[in-house]
Design a protein around this ligand. Structure first.
Ligand code: AGP
Length: 608
C-alpha cells in the first residue's frame, strides 16, 4: 500500500527521502512524489511509475532543503496519474500532505469545503484533508491537524508540512502504520522502519488516535483529545543487509534461500527435547487457561490464511480442539459465536493487514482472547494481541510471501504441539515430533540444493495459460499456496484443489496443455492420490509430482518428479511448499515478470 517518508534535520532532505521511498518500493505502488520546504516556499514533484521516474523529474541538481515529506501511492480513489499522486497541497500551496488509508466521508467533507470556495485539483479522497487542515489553521499547525481529524471518518497515516513551520512535520495515525525514527539532530517519519534504517534503528511506533509534532530535535505526542503520551523508544535489531538483495537477483529468491536460517530462528530456544514439548513464553496464558480452550478460530488473509488452514489440521490432530479458519475480511462482518473458551489466532506477516487487524479487534470486543502469530515486532497486530508468538523470519521484502509462510507454519506446529501435549499427545509422540522438527531446516536446505531440476521444469511449462495444483489432507492448503504463488508473480491462472475433488469439476479443464502439480507423498492417502494422478494422465494432463525420497514407483506414472526428504506426515507442508515456491519463481523469471513487485499487488494491505 502507500508508503510515507518524512525528514526534518540538518542534512539535504531530497536524497534521504528518495532513498526512503526506494526502500518502500516493495510495498507496491503506482506513482510517487515529494514536497520540500525551501527558501522559496513549497516545492512539489511527482511522477507516475517507479522512483527512478521521480528522480528523472527532479533532475541532477538537488533541491536545497532539509525538511520534506514523500509518498508512494497505491491508487484507491482516482486513477494513478501525476495529478492524483501525493503530496497534495492547499489552495495557497503552503501546506503539503501525504496520506495512507481511505477517508470514507470525503464526499460530505468535499461538499462542505466546496461551499467555502475550495477548488479541488484531484480525484482523490486525500485532497480534502489538506484543505480541511488549511481551513482550521490560525498559526498552530498541530491544532489545525487535530481539529481536521476530528471531522474525518476512515483510516489514515499522514504527514503534513507547512512553509510557515520550516522545522516541523505533523504525523497522525488511525489504522495505517506510522513510525517516528529518532536520530541525532534529525528525526524521521515513515510508514515502515525500512525507510529509515540506514539512519537510525531507534523508533517510536505510533498508536491509533495520536498526533505527533516532530522537529529536528524533539517529538511531542498527544492523543486527539490532547492527552500527552510518553514515547516508548524501541531498538530495531534488523540490519541493513537484511533489507538488501545480498547478491541474489530478487528478494523473493533470497528469501526462499533464507528458509533454513529463518526456520532455525523460529524454533531457536523453543524445543524441549526431554519433555517432547514446545516452550512458548509469549502466549501469556496460564496452563489452566490453555486447558480451558475448546475452540480455536484462526483468521488471516492470503498466504497467512493458508498457514492457518494447515494449523487446523495440526491443532485438530494433536490437541483434538475444533478449529475454524476464516478469511479476516469475512470474519469481521459476520456475527461470530465466541465464548470464554474460544481463542482467536490472528496470523500476519506484516502485522498491519487492515482486515486481520479489524477481525482481531472485533473478536477482542466480544471478549475473546487474541493471540498473534506475527513477523513484524512493532506492528499493530503484535501490539494489539493479548499474547502470541513471533515468527522471527526477519524483513520480508518480496511481495510474494515465502519465508514468512514456512515460519508461520513452524510456529503454528509448535502451538499445536503444546496444546496437544497438555491433552492427549504422549511424551514419546511429542519427542518424535520435536526431533523431526529439528531436522526440518537442513531438509529444506537439501531441497533448495536441487533447484536445477525445478528450473528445467519451469523452462518447459512457463508458457502455459493455466495450472492446477492438487493435494490432500494437510497438503491441500499447500496446493492452494502453490497456486497463489504462481498467479501472483507470473500472472498465470492457477487453482488449488483437494485432489479427489478434481473429478467434480476441474477435470473438464484437463488436456495435454494443462500442467497439474500434484503433492503425492508417502502418507496414508498416497494410493488415493495415485488414482487421481491416473485420472489426469488418462486425459493427457502433464503431471509434475512432489514425491517422497525413495518412492521408486512414481517416476513411471508422472511426467516429472521433484523429491523431498521424508518427515512426519504433520510436518510435510514445511517441505512440500519449497519446490512450489521455486517453480513459481523460475516460471515468472522466464516470463520476464516483475518478481518482487508484481502488478497491482501491495506487500502490506492496509486498506479494506
Ligand atoms: C502472499 O504472497 C501475499 N502477497 C498476500 O496474500 C499476503 O499473504 C496477505 O496480504 C496477508 O498479509 P499479512 O501476512 O502481512 O497479513
Amino acid at each position: 500500500m502507500c508508503g510515507i517518508v518524512g525528514y526534518v534535520g540538518s542534512k539535504q532532505a531530497q536524497s534521504i527521502l528518495l532513498d526512503g521511498l526506494k526502500r518502500l518500493e516493495y510495498r507496491g505502488y503506482d506513482s510517487a512524489g515529494l514536497a520540500m520546504v525551501t527558501s522559496d516556499g513549497m516545492t512539489v514533484s511527482k511522477s507516475v511509475g517507479k522512483i527512478k521516474e521521480l528522480e528523472a523529474v527532479l533532475g541532477e541538481e538537488e533541491i536545497v532543503s532539509s525538511h520534506g515529506i514523500a509518498h508512494t501511492r497505491w491508487a484507491t480513489h482516482g486513477e494513478p496519474n501525476e495529478v492524483n499522486a501525493h503530496p497534495h497541497i492547499d489552495t495557497n500551496g503552503d501546506i503539503a500532505l501525504v496520506h495512507n488509508g481511505i477517508i470514507e466521508n470525503y464526499r460530505t467533507l468535499k461538499e462542505y469545503l466546496a461551499q467555502t470556495g475550495c477548488v479541488f485539483r484531484t480525484d482523490t479522497d486525500t485532497e480534502i484533508l489538506v484543505h480541511l487542515i488549511r481551513s482550521y489553521y490560525t498559526g498552530d499547525l498541530t491544532e489545525a491537524v487535530r481539529i481536521a481529524l476530528t471531522q474525518v471518518e476512515g483510516t489514515y497515516g499522514i504527514a503534513v508540512i507547512s512553509t510557515a513551520h520550516p522545522n516541523m512535520i505533523i504525523a497522525a495515525k488511525m489504522g495505517s502504520p506510522l513510525v517516528i525514527g529518532h536520530g541525532e539532530d534529525e528525526n524521521f517519519v515513515a510508514s515502515d522502519v525500512s525507510a529509515m534504517l540506514k539512519h537510525t534503528n531507534r523508533v517510536v511506533y505510533l498508536e491509533d488516535g495520536v498526533i505527533a509534532t516532530v522537529t529536528s530535535d524533539s517529538y511531542d505526542i498527544t492523543t486527539i483529545d490532547k492527552v500527552h503520551i510518553s514515547p516508548q523508544i524501541q531498538d530495531i535489531n534488523w540490519s541493513l543487509d537484511e533489507i538488501e538483495k545480498g547478491g541474489y537477483d530478487h528478494f523473493m529468491l533470497k528469501e526462499i534461500h533464507e528458509q533454513p536460517t529463518t526456520l532455525n530462528n523460529a524454533i531457536r530456544g523453543r524445543l524441549n527435547f526431554d519433555e517432547g514439548n514446545a516452550r512458548l513464553a509469549g502466549l501469556n496464558l496460564h496452563r489452566e487457561e490453555l486447558l480451558n480452550v475448546d475452540r480455536v478460530i484462526i483468521t488471516a488473509c492470503g498466504t497467512s490464511w493458508h498457514s492457518g488452514l494447515i494449523a487446523k489440521y495440526l491443532i485438530e490432530d494433536l490437541a483434538r480442539i475444533s478449529v475454524e479458519v476464516e478469511y479476516a475480511s469475512e470474519f469481521r462482518y459476520r456475527s461470530p459465536i465466541i465464548n470464554e473458551k474460544t481463542i482467536l489466532i490472528a496470523i500476519s506477516q506484516s502485522g498491519e493487514t487492515a482486515d486481520t487487524l479489524a477481525a482481531m479487534r472485533e473478536a477482542k470486543q466480544r471478549g475473546c482472547t487474541v493471540l498473534g502469530v506475527v513477523n513484524s515486532v512493532g506492528s499493530s497486530i503484535a501490539r494489539g494481541s493479548d499474547g502470541g508468538v513471533f515468527i522471527h523470519a526477519g524483513p520480508e521484502i518480496g511481495v510474494a510471501s515465502t519465508k514468512a509462510f514456512t515460519s508461520q507454519v513452524m510456529v503454528l506446529t509448535l502451538i499445536a504441539t503444546l496444546l496437544g501435549r497438555m491433552r492427549q499427545v504422549s511424551v514419546q509422540r511429542g519427542q518424535e515430533l520435536i526431533q523431526k522438527i529439528e531436522e526440518i531446516p537442513s531438509q529444506v536446505a537439501k531441497i533448495l540444493a536441487n533447484d536445477e531440476t525445478i528450473k528445467k521444469i519451469a523452462d518447459i511449462y512457463y508458457n502455459a495459460d493455466n495450472f492446477l495444483y492438487l493435494g490432500r489432507g494437510i497438503n491441500f492448503p499447500v496446493a492452494l499456496e502453490g497456486a497463489l504463488k504462481l498467479k501472483e508473480i507470473s500472472y498465470i491462472h492457477a487453482e488449488g484443489y483437494p485432489a479427489a475433488e478434481m473429478k467434480h469439476g476441474p477435470i473438464a479443464l484437463i488436456d495435454d496443455k494443462m500442467p497439474v502439480v500434484v503433492i503425492a507423498l508417502k502418507d496414508p492417502v498416497y494410493d488415493k492420490v495415485m488414482s487421481n494422478i491416473a485420472e489426469v494422465r488418462a486425459r493427457s494432463g502433464q503431471v509434475i509430482a512432489i514425491a517422497t525420497e525413495g518412492d521408486t514407483e512414481i517416476a513411471e506414472r508422472v511426467n516429472h518428479v521433484i523429491y523431498i526428504p521424508e518427515t512426519d506426515r504433520l510436518l510435510t507442508p514445511l517441505l512440500s511448499v519449497i519446490p512450489l515456491q521455486l517453480l513459481s519463481y523460475y516460471i515468472a523469471v522466464k516470463r520476464g515478470c516483475h518478481i518482487d513487485q508484481p502488478r497491482n499487488l501491495a506487500k502490506s494491505v492496509t486498506v479494506e
